[in-house]
Design a protein around this ligand. Structure first.
Ligand code: IVH
Length: 692
């Protein structure tokens, strides 16, 4: 039987059930061919089509979803991403200890929980590898699934990728339980990481920050051939789901892992009592620098698996294991300068430029200084010798200044009050620690995000001008600021000649842009992307000020006269002082005024309905449901709000009107049950005074 092609909505229940049964068997067969025999019989695209068909039928006939639905099992990654995998036993994290006292407390807690007095606890100590944990499921001794940890509950299916790792056996040697899940840490050696970065640089590819990131990036490749080319290894250390318990102690478990063909970290050791842990910790710390891979501590696990089971978990960590971390590594070096980085939201972040120094095997050139208060608190000055600290994956930090080594004449650092990228004012609102550039629309550090927002659905909503196009046009300098968007129709021929474009699409884009030259004031205000001015606040402002000219004048007055004069803003219900401040800051920047004036010259900004205006639907609650043929949802919503109505998502007794498009489902039914008035899209347009 070949896959059916009749549209899902034309299937009878019986046909749907039969096809779902066929799909479940067929997909399972291909899964086995692919995962277990390495001999796929169909292409990935054909396989994806089977899964998509299955999903479509399940969506149309939710009552027919089978217990063995392929959607609940995991196959190879669908195009564009990895399939999700739910872990049978969550993949948790570990609590940390930093000194012998922390470790002693951990032991006391476990003893108290178990009702033990001074009895010794036996441990296994294992280096804590700085990599990423993976889960490997073996069915009848064969590797059938590999998954990342993800958020601990749900990870990603990386079966095809883990199969490329030489240290991951595809078949377990000797006897194994029918089904067993093995967990371990995938990592890259320090030497391989450095070599990979050299190759990446030569190929113009992005560099990895550390071996851990390199390992994670290499494993999470959609093309397993890339993973195969990367030098990854794994140390096995834990068990997930198992059909039978293969050992009585963790130490025996590690022995079983070795027998089955896994690599187990050779430094792991059985420790007869907790007193042995301190010695083990020191011993591993001594060997740390010479190890070929990064470790950031030692994991201590209570050896007896029966005790582990009794102890269980608290929150996201087991009561039977702890990670005793090595102290953060420190070094001293000289602060050569402070660079101010401007983020995509306009936040100014100070970054220390340092004389490069080796901290625990990593060459550090930069460190975060967090914000201007931190610089002042530590009194960090350019030229100072500073103590630098790096802990695990954390960005290196400056801990303190070596006061004795301060060069004569070093001045306290003056944090800039202008954006180093665009020169606009950088303002720090009272009570906040972050200083921000106010020139969002002119600042090249922020412009792409702002432009994407500018044309988004709830703002200018220009069809055919999505995220990707905005970024490409910005990169190629077709759009440098928002006003350039409205000049694109003059460059239609140039756009038509671009790759992926053509005369028709370029002409359509011009038409879409021209269609938006007239814009309601609220949308215009929202499009500017002023902090805290979202759709709702933009509407409040538009209704209050009525016209663009009035809004502009009042805002400029508010800036000039100062805080008290912003009381008019305070009179607008819903506009708090923080929002008033943001507006004032926006209008304090000349470049922003120049930009909105330039836009106003190119656009027709339509006046808003006066506040409190009794539209024909004033106070009514409207719900839209189903697919509307002539209106987007934001458009329909705007229409209703213009008439004074409130738009909600769900139907209740409070609903006054339900507007139904095609495929309106449960909401329309509920409205009928409740006796709420139901009208069609055409009737709605009629009612709103905008008939077809
Ligand atoms: S056991 C329930 N053993 O550390 C405890 N974890 O901070 C399961 N890790 O997510 C973890 N080496 O990625 C364990 N020998 C080791 C480990 C180890 C590294 C990682 C692992 C885990 C994280 C927890």
């Amino acid at each position: 039987m070949a896959p059916k092609t009749s549209p899902v909505d034309q299937l009878s229940e019986a046909e749907a059930a039969a096809e779902l049964a066929w799909l479940a068997a067929e997909i399972a067969r291909h899964d086995r061919a692919y995962h277990e025999r390495d001999a796929p019989e169909i292409s990935d695209a054909e396989y994806d089509a089977l899964r998509r068909r299955n999903a479509a039928i399940e969506a149309g006939f939710p009552a027919l979803v089978r217990p063995d639905s392929p959607a609940h099992r995991v196959g190879p990654a669908p195009a564009g991403g990895f399939a999700k995998v739910r872990h049978g036993v969550p993949m948790l994290s570990l609590d940390n200890a930093f000194d012998p006292a922390d470790f002693g407390e951990f032991c006391d807690r476990a003893r108290r929980f178990l009702g033990l007095k001074q009895e010794k606890l036996e441990f296994v100590g294992e280096p804590k590898i700085d990599g990423l944990s993976v889960s490997l499921t073996y069915q009848d001794g064969r590797l059938v699934r590999g998954a990342t940890r993800g958020d601990g509950l749900e990870g990603e299916d990386v079966t095809a990728n883990v199969r490329t790792l030489p240290t991951i056996p595809k078949h377990l040697k000797g006897h194994a339980p029918a089904r067993i899940e093995i967990r371990g840490e995938v990592f890259m050696t320090k030497a391989d990481f450095l070599a990979l970065n050299v190759a990446q640089e030569a190929a113009g590819q992005k560099l990895f920050a550390n071996p851990r990131n390199a390992a994670a990036g290499s494993l999470r490749q959609l093309d397993p051939r890339i993973t195969a080319a990367r030098p990854l290894s794994m140390f096995a250390y834990a068990m997930g789901e198992a059909s039978e318990l293969p050992a009585g102690t963790h130490w025996q478990w590690l022995a079983r892992l070795r027998e089955w063909g896994f690599a187990v970290n050779p430094l792991s050791d059985l420790l007869a009592s907790e007193d042995a842990a301190a010695g083990f910790q020191a011993g591993v710390a001594d060997r740390r620098a010479a190890l070929p891979y990064d470790i950031d501590g030692v994991v201590y696990k209570i050896n007896d698996l029966a005790l582990q089971r009794r102890l269980g978990f608290v929150g996201r960590a087991p009561r039977w294991a702890i990670a005793w971390k090595f102290p953060a590594e420190q070094a001293t070096t000289v602060l050569e300068g402070i660079d101010i980085q401007v983020g995509r939201t306009g936040a100014l972040t100070p970054v220390a430029r340092l004389t490069p120094v080796n901290v625990g095997g990593v060459l550090v050139r930069n460190a975060t200084l967090h914000n201007e208060d931190e610089i002042a608190r530590k009194d960090v000055r350019i030229g100072d010798t500073v103590v630098l600290q790096r802990a695990g994956d954390v960005i290196p930090q400056i801990v303190a200044v070596v006061a004795a080594d301060r060069p004569p004449g070093a001045q306290p650092y003056a944090f800039p009050d202008h954006c180093p990228v665009c020169g606009s004012l950088a303002i720090r609102p009272p009570g906040e620690v972050v200083r921000r550039c106010t020139g969002g629309l002119v600042c090249s550090a922020q412009i792409e995000e702002r432009l994407v927002h500018f044309v988004s659905r709830a703002a200018f909503d220009i069809e055919g001008l999505g995220d990707k196009t905005i970024r490409e046009f910005h990169a190629d300098r077709l759009i440098e600021g928002p006003a350039d968007i409205f000049r694109l129709p003059d460059r239609e021929a140039e756009i038509a000649a671009r790759e992926g474009w053509g005369e028709v699409s370029a002409r359509n884009l011009s038409a879409a842009i021209r269609a938006r030259r007239r814009i309601p004031l609220a949308r215009f205000i929202h499009a500017l992307g002023i902090r805290r001015i979202g759709e709702t606040n933009a509407k409040l402002l538009a209704r209050h000020y009525g016209s663009f000219a009035n809004w502009r004048t009042q805002m400029l007055a508010a800036v000039q006269i100062g805080a008290e004069a912003r009381s008019d803003l305070g009179n607008i219900v819903g506009i708090g002082p923080a929002i008033a401040e943001e507006l004032a800051e926006f209008f304090a920047e000349q470049r922003n005024i120049a930009t909105i004036d330039e836009l106003a010259g190119l656009l027709e900004i339509a006046d808003a309905e006066a506040a409190g205006g009794g539209g024909s639907l004033a106070g009514k609650v409207v719900v839209f449901t189903g697919t509307l043929a002539t209106l987007t949802r934001p458009e329909a919503k705007a229409m209703a709000e213009k008439l004074g109505a409130k738009v909600t998502d769900s139907v209740s007794k409070k609903t006054d009107l339900v507007v139904t498009g095609t495929d309106a489902g449960s909401k329309a039914r509920k409205a009928a049950e409740l006796g709420v008035r139901i009208i069609t899209e055409a009737e709605w347009r009629e009612l709103a005074g905008q008939p077809f």
